[in-house]
Design a protein around this ligand. Structure first.
Ligand SMILES: [Zn+2]
Length: 71
C-alpha cells in the first residue's frame, strides 16, 4: 500500500518508512495486532493468535511528525 500525503501539521513532505523493534537480535518491523489486552500466544505454534498487520509509518521530513498505516 502506498500513501502519498502531506503532513497534517505543517504540510511538509511525508516519506515512507517502518518502525523497527530492536528488542531482538534481528531488527523486526513492528506489527499492529487485533484485540484488546496482552497478546494471546498459541501454545502449539508459538505464534500470536490474533490478526497482525505490518505497520507502514510515514515521517514528515520537515517537522518529524509520524503517521502510521496498518495495511
Ligand atoms: Zn510536518
Amino acid at each position: 500500500m502506498e500513501v502519498k500525503s502531506n503532513c497534517p501539521k505543517c504540510s511538509g513532505q511525508m516519506e515512507q518508512g517502518f518502525v523497527i523493534d530492536n528488542g531482538y537480535r534481528v531488527p523486526i518491523v513492528s506489527e499492529w495486532t487485533a484485540g484488546a489486552g496482552p497478546p494471546q500466544w498459541s501454545f502449539w505454534t508459538g505464534k500470536i493468535k490474533s490478526v497482525t498487520r505490518q505497520i507502514t509509518t510515514y515521517r514528515c521530513t520537515k517537522c518529524g511528525f509520524l503517521e502510521s498505516y496498518a495495511g
